[in-house]
Design a protein around this ligand. Structure first.
Ligand code: NAG
Ligand code: NAG
Ligand code: NAG
Length: 466
């Protein structure tokens, strides 16, 4: 732009007088510039103001408000549903009173969230008022500067740009095709998670109905020779704690309950390093779980039977502070939820700083384990019954009724995009879900539900019609 304006200036310089002497005396040429000099310093000022303005408003501030808003919207909707459930089922006795109290508490939390949102929006508004004033000033300055564009080059350029933009937009709109309502995001080679079928298997464990809390599954990355094994952890003390991992050589030995081997973490229960909470996973020959009474990720190595750990961020909720829940039922001590997917192990938790909304962290399989990247979502942990990960996307479920659990939410860690509109149903055999996890190797979901163990097939878009 500078060089352009410069050449414009030169072409508008006029020769005012020319004297040619016949007698051979030197020629004198006088040049006079009829146009005003270009105010470069003014352009510099505008440039500086523009970059300052860019620095003031960052996508982060805008994202915080929209995240809060999204979470609030979904909670209000769920609250409304809870109230209508209460109205339907109110028997005028204790159940109603208890539920009402829960809804009161929920309302108080929603109010807190609204105050925070109000504050965020107000500070954003102040910021944008200031920015608008600055932009207006810059616009006027630029208009003044444009008077120097005698040949209208800049103007034409801008028109071209505008037309190109319109064309691009038009093209994008043509290409955009809407996804079916239940298709989820993600970058799986096998396509998107579109449905879940099953239960494919359904059974009581060897313990019978003794332990309503627990987890089971298959190691997605088993040690050589252990490919066919299944693991089972039942919370044998107060439905909160466990001190050993049970393993079976095959699905059928598990069903009939023969030949289990137990790997003991400690001889007493509970104590330092034992398991707290049901949402544990097995990956790469090690069990990942929440460590007894501490905000730590613990890893129990199944081959050398040692425990290593890594601390979660300060204030991470443990000891039943931020459990999974629905209406008036909380799943006790489900503060930490471990998950496996194609990329490894994840931990799902929350803290007061994130308003009880879910945080996702990678757990990297170093020795000792370390936490990798983390993501903050707008999904309130108490409005969710469980979560699992598939191809870097977090999915959350909620209680729909005694027979159905619904996958209603997703968070894509690659794009940060959240959705609250998934409608993928899981058929249950018992009302409650204490743990749920995805195995990327056999692409199945493993569920522990009121002492029963179930498995489901995950259906992806690319395998649907294959
Ligand atoms: C949000 O802030 C404004 C300005 O202070 C106030 O008038 C309004 O009542 C607040 N709204 C809520 C829900 O607190
Ligand atoms: C999902 O799977 C269930 C069980 O196989 C089936 O009944 C249902 O129609 C499927 N839903 C969609 C949208 O394909
Ligand atoms: C478990 O211990 C064995 C033997 O010390 C070691 O080779 C292996 O890497 C460990 N596994 C994990 C996940 O730390």
């Amino acid at each position: 732009m500078m060089s352009l304006l410069f050449s414009v200036c030169v072409t508008t310089v006029f020769l005012t007088s020319v004297f040619q002497s016949v007698s051979g005396t030197p020629c004198v040429c006088e040049l006079k510039n009829l146009v005003r000099p270009f105010p470069f310093s003014k352009l510099d000022n505008i440039n500086r103001a523009a970059s300052q303005c860019n620095g003031n408003i960052t996508p982060k501030e805008m994202k915080e408000a929209s995240g809060l808003m999204l979470g609030l919207q979904s909670r209000l909707k769920q609250l409304e549903e809870s109230v209508s459930v209460l109205e339907r089922e109110d028997d005028g006795k204790l159940y109603g009173a208890v539920s009402l109290r829960i809804i009161e508490l929920e309302l108080a939390e929603v109010l807190q969230l609204m105050l925070k949102l109000n504050e965020t929006l107000r500070s954003n508004q102040r910021l944008s008022e200031k920015t608008i004033a600055e932009l207006q000033g810059m616009l006027e300055d630029m208009q003044n500067l444009e008077d120097f564009d005698y040949m209208q080059v800049v103007k034409k350029q801008r028109e071209n740009q505008r037309m190109k933009r319109d064309l691009d937009r038009c093209q994008n709109e043509l290409q955009a095709t809407a996804w079916p309502p239940t298709a989820s995001p993600g970058h799986c080679p096998q396509g998107q998670l579109v449905n879940v079928s099953g239960p494919r298997t359904y059974s009581l464990t060897q313990y019978g109905t003794s332990y309503p809390y627990g987890a089971w599954g298959k190691d997605p990355k088993p040690a050589p020779g252990k490919e066919g094994m299944y693991w089972l952890v039942a919370l044998t003390s107060s439905s909160v704690y466990a001190n050993y991992v049970r393993q079976y050589n095959s699905w059928s030995t598990m069903m009939v309950g023969v030949g289990p081997t137990d790997a003991s973490i400690s001889s007493s229960n509970p104590t330092t390093n034992t398991i707290q909470g049901p949402n544990v996973v097995m990956y790469g020959g090690a069990l990942y779980y929440g460590c007894y009474n501490t905000p730590y990720v613990c890893r129990f190595n199944m081959s050398d039977r040692t425990v290593s750990n890594v601390a979660l961020p300060p204030n991470t909720g443990i000891n039943n502070k931020f459990p999974f829940a629905y209406l008036d039922l909380a799943y006790t001590y489900t503060d930490l939820d471990f998950a496996t997917d194609e990329s490894g192990v994840w931990v799902i938790y929350t803290s007061p700083e994130n308003f009880g909304n879910i945080i996702i962290s990678e757990v990297l399989a170093k020795t000792p384990p370390v936490l990798g990247r983390n993501w903050k979502t707008s999904l309130h942990k108490r409005t969710v019954t469980n979560t699992f990960m598939v191809c870097g996307v977090l999915y959350a479920t909620r209680f729909l009724n005694k027979e159905t659990e619904e996958i209603f939410y997703s968070f894509d860690t690659r794009t940060g995009i959240e959705r609250y509109d998934l409608r993928i149903h899981l058929k249950k055999m018992q009302p409650n879900v204490q743990s749920l996890n995805y195995n990327p190797q056999d692409r199945m979901l493993y569920m522990y539900s009121d002492a029963y163990i179930l498995s489901y097939n995950v259906i992806f878009s690319d395998t649907l019609y294959a």
